[in-house]
Design a protein around this ligand. Structure first.
Ligand SMILES: [Zn+2]
Length: 475
C-alpha cells in the first residue's frame, strides 16, 4: 500500500462512523464557540467605540487643541510661526503624557510674501479697477513698480499651445474653473490645479511676461487662494499670481468687450535660503508589540494668508485628540500608536519624506498610517489601502457607523504618509465632507470660525477608533 492510497474513507462511510445526532450536537457547540467569540469581540469593540464617542463628544477637546494651534497664526514653512507651532505641539504632547516625545529635522523652503500684492485691470470702458491677487507660493517678484501687459485668456494648456506666439509679451490668464458638476470637490480641484502649479512655466514657454490664475474655489468672492507652483529648469521664470474668482469673472467680461484690456500686478515675494525645521512625534507605547507602529498625522505648516484652521491644524488636532482619548480612557493598546505633526506638506512634502527615511525608523515596523488632511468638516468615511488590502477592513464598517461615520472604501493615502506606503505601510485617509473645503482652502478664509467643534471631534473619535482597532488586530 502506497502512502497515496491511504486515502480517506469515502465520505459516506466516514459519516457512518458518527451518528447524525452527535454531529448535530458537535456543530452546535462549535458554532456557539465561534460565533460567541465573534459576538464577544464585537461587543468589546462596540463598548470601546461608545466610550471613545461619549468622552470625545462630552469634552470636545479637539477644538481646544485647534484654538491653540491656530492662535500661533499662519504657519508657512520657514516662518517664526511655524517654529512656534513646533514648540507648541511638542509641549502639548508632553502635557498629554505621551511617550517618546521628540523632534525630527527636515529642511524646508523659506519663501516670504512681502508686502500685500496689488492687482489692477485697465480697460478703455471702465478705467482702472483694483482686484484682489496673491502671489502663488514660490513665485518670483515683479519689478518694484509692477508689470502691466495685455491679457490672453485660456482655459487649458492645449488652448495656450494653439495660440502660437500670440502670448508673447502678454500676461496669460488661466481661467478654467473647478468643474461644478463633480460631487467630489477634490476631483474638481485636482483637475484644475495644474494651471496653478505649471501655469507660469507653460506661459513662459510662449514668451509671456506673467501668469494669472483663477483661484481654485467654486465660491464667487474676493479672496485669492494661493498654493504651490513650480518653475521648470531651463524655462524663464515669470511672476505668477492667483486672482479672486470675482476678479477673474470681471476680467473675463471686460476682455470680451475690449480685447486690449490690460492687467497689472505688483508682487514683492522673495525666496530666502532653506531652513531646518522639524516634525513633532509622540507615542502611546504598545503593551505587547511596541516596535509595531500605527501612525496618525496631519501637517503643522499652512499657507500664509490665514492660520490654516482646516488645512491642516484640523488634522493635527484630530491626531492629538485621538491619542488623548485613547490615553485617558486607559485603553492600553497592544501596538504603539503615534501622532506625527508633519512639517512642510505645502511647500514640497519634505517632512513626510524625511520621517519615512529617518534613522529613528530603524527597528520600527509601520503597519498602518492614517492621514487627516482634508479639513475638519463632518467625517463621512475612511479611504483604506487599495482594492485588495482594503478587503479585511470592510467588516469594521458597522463599528464606525456607531460613531457616526458612514463608510470604509478602498483608496487611502495622503502626501505625508505616501513615502511610508512605498515601504509597504497600509495607507488610510480620513474623508470629511468636501463641499465647503475649497471655500476656505489656501485663502484668508481658513480661520477657526469656519470649524464646527462637533464635526471636528467626530473626526478625532473616528481616528482614535481606527488606530485602536489596528493596534489590537494588526493588519
Ligand atoms: Zn493640507
Amino acid at each position: 500500500m502506497s502512502a497515496g492510497s491511504m486515502s480517506i474513507l469515502p465520505k459516506k462511510k466516514l459519516l457512518a462512523f458518527f451518528p447524525l445526532s452527535f454531529l448535530a450536537i458537535a456543530s452546535f457547540f462549535i458554532s456557539v464557540l465561534v460565533w460567541g467569540n465573534v459576538r464577544l469581540e464585537n461587543k468589546i469593540y462596540k463598548d470601546i467605540a461608545r466610550k471613545i464617542l461619549h468622552k470625545g463628544m462630552s469634552e470636545q477637546y479637539a477644538y481646544e487643541l485647534l484654538k491653540k494651534i491656530t492662535s500661533v497664526g499662519p504657519r508657512l514653512t520657514g516662518s517664526p510661526q511655524a517654529e512656534a507651532a513646533v514648540e507648541l505641539t511638542r509641549r502639548i504632547m508632553h502635557e498629554l503624557g505621551l511617550d517618546n516625545v521628540h523632534l525630527e529635522p527636515t529642511e524646508v523652503p523659506h519663501w516670504v510674501r512681502g508686502e500685500q500684492e496689488e492687482g489692477w485691470i485697465s480697460s478703455s470702458n471702465s478705467g482702472r479697477i483694483s482686484v484682489p491677487v496673491a502671489a502663488i507660493g514660490g513665485s518670483i517678484a515683479t519689478p518694484t513698480q509692477g508689470i502691466s501687459a495685455q491679457v490672453v485668456e485660456v482655459k487649458s494648456f492645449s488652448e495656450l499651445n494653439r495660440l502660437g506666439d500670440k502670448g508673447k509679451g502678454k500676461i496669460i490668464f488661466f481661467n478654467r474653473p473647478m468643474d461644478p458638476k463633480l460631487p467630489n470637490t477634490f476631483q474638481a480641484y485636482m483637475a484644475a490645479a495644474i494651471q496653478r502649479v505649471q501655469g507660469a512655466t507653460e506661459a513662459a514657454k510662449h514668451g509671456a511676461v506673467g501668469a494669472l490664475v483663477r483661484s481654485l474655489t467654486m465660491r464667487i468672492d474676493d479672496y485669492p487662494h494661493t498654493g504651490l507652483m513650480q518653475y521648470d529648469p531651463g524655462v524663464t521664470k515669470i511672476p505668477a499670481a492667483c486672482i479672486s474668482t470675482r476678479g477673474a469673472n470681471l476680467l473675463s467680461e471686460l476682455l470680451k468687450k475690449d480685447p486690449s484690456t490690460t492687467f497689472g500686478m505688483k508682487l514683492s515675494c522673495v525666496e530666502l535660503d532653506p531652513v531646518v525645521s522639524h516634525n513633532v512625534v509622540g507615542d502611546i507605547t504598545g503593551s505587547e508589540s511596541p516596535e509595531e507602529i500605527i501612525v496618525m498625522g496631519g501637517h503643522l505648516d499652512s499657507w500664509d494668508l490665514s492660520p490654516g484652521a482646516h488645512d491642516d491644524a484640523a488634522g493635527c488636532a484630530h491626531s492629538l485628540e485621538a491619542l488623548r482619548l485613547i490615553k485617558e480612557l486607559d485603553l492600553k493598546p497592544k501596538r504603539t500608536i503615534r501622532a506625527v505633526m508633519f512639517m512642510n506638506e505645502e511647500f514640497g512634502g519634505s517632512g513626510g519624506r524625511d520621517y519615512a527615511r529617518s534613522e529613528n525608523r530603524k527597528g520600527e515596523i509601520h503597519l498602518a498610517a492614517i492621514e487627516s488632511d482634508r479639513g475638519g468638516f463632518l467625517p463621512v468615511g475612511f479611504g483604506v489601502g487599495d482594492s485588495q488590502t482594503f478587503k479585511p477592513f470592510k467588516k469594521w464598517e458597522s463599528l464606525f457607523q456607531s460613531v457616526g461615520l458612514f463608510w470604509l472604501r478602498p483608496g487611502g493615502g495622503g502626501v505625508d504618509i505616501a513615502p511610508l506606503g512605498q515601504q509597504g505601510t497600509l495607507l488610510i485617509g480620513l474623508v470629511p465632507d468636501s463641499q465647503r473645503y475649497f471655500d476656505v482652502h489656501h485663502s484668508g478664509k481658513d480661520v477657526i470660525e469656519t470649524v464646527n467643534p462637533r464635526e471636528l471631534e467626530l473626526g478625532a473619535i473616528a481616528m482614535a477608533l481606527f488606530a485602536y482597532l489596528l493596534s489590537e488586530e494588526g493588519i
